[in-house]
Design a binder for this molecule. Structure first.
Ligand code: CMP
Length: 139
């Protein structure tokens, strides 16, 4: 099924010059970039993006980190894009992520793990709508 999902290069990935590497891996996998922007997340937007984690012990430091510098938001389209992107980035904890995945190759720790990707089609739609207006996405 043709799906759209959201990928974010987190502040650590931007600081370390990994934007091009993430885009290259997505394109090489045959996924299509349909939206792309760099921005500095406001606290309310970061909290909304991660609303499902509110109340967890890592929530506050996660919001601090995600608002610590610019991010790059990428809207990706392709067959089964949600699961294919999740496979490309690897598990949340870089220590458990296989080599060849983005987090396995570049992640520093469970919080500073270079990229975020939506974990379901439902979350993807919600997250895309938080970061892109309809007219900012190509058809
Ligand atoms: P992400 O895929 O963006 O989704 C939620 C984020 O919270 C996750 O990547 C990590 O950056 C962070 N996170 C998840 N679990 C933990 C944890 N146990 N400790 C610190 N940060 C976490």
């Amino acid at each position: 099924m043709l799906e759209r999902t959201l990928v974010i290069v987190k502040p650590d990935g931007v600081r370390r010059g990994l934007v091009g590497e993430v885009l290259r891996r997505l394109e090489r996998a045959g996924l299509r970039i349909v939206g792309l922007k760099m921005l500095h997340l406001s606290r309310p937007l970061a909290e909304s993006l991660y609303a499902q984690h509110r109340g967890k012990e890592f929530f506050e430091p996660l919001i601090e980190f995600m608002t610590s510098g610019p991010i790059v938001a990428i809207c990706i389209e392709g067959d089964n894009a949600v699961s294919r992107v999740r496979a490309l980035i690897g598990p949340t904890n870089p220590a458990e992520a296989p080599k060849g995945t983005i987090r396995g190759d570049f992640g520093s720790n469970i919080r500073e793990n270079v990229v975020h990707a939506a974990d379901s089609l439902q979350h993807a739609q919600r997250e895309i709508a938080l970061l892109f207006r309809e007219e900012e996405l190509i058809s």
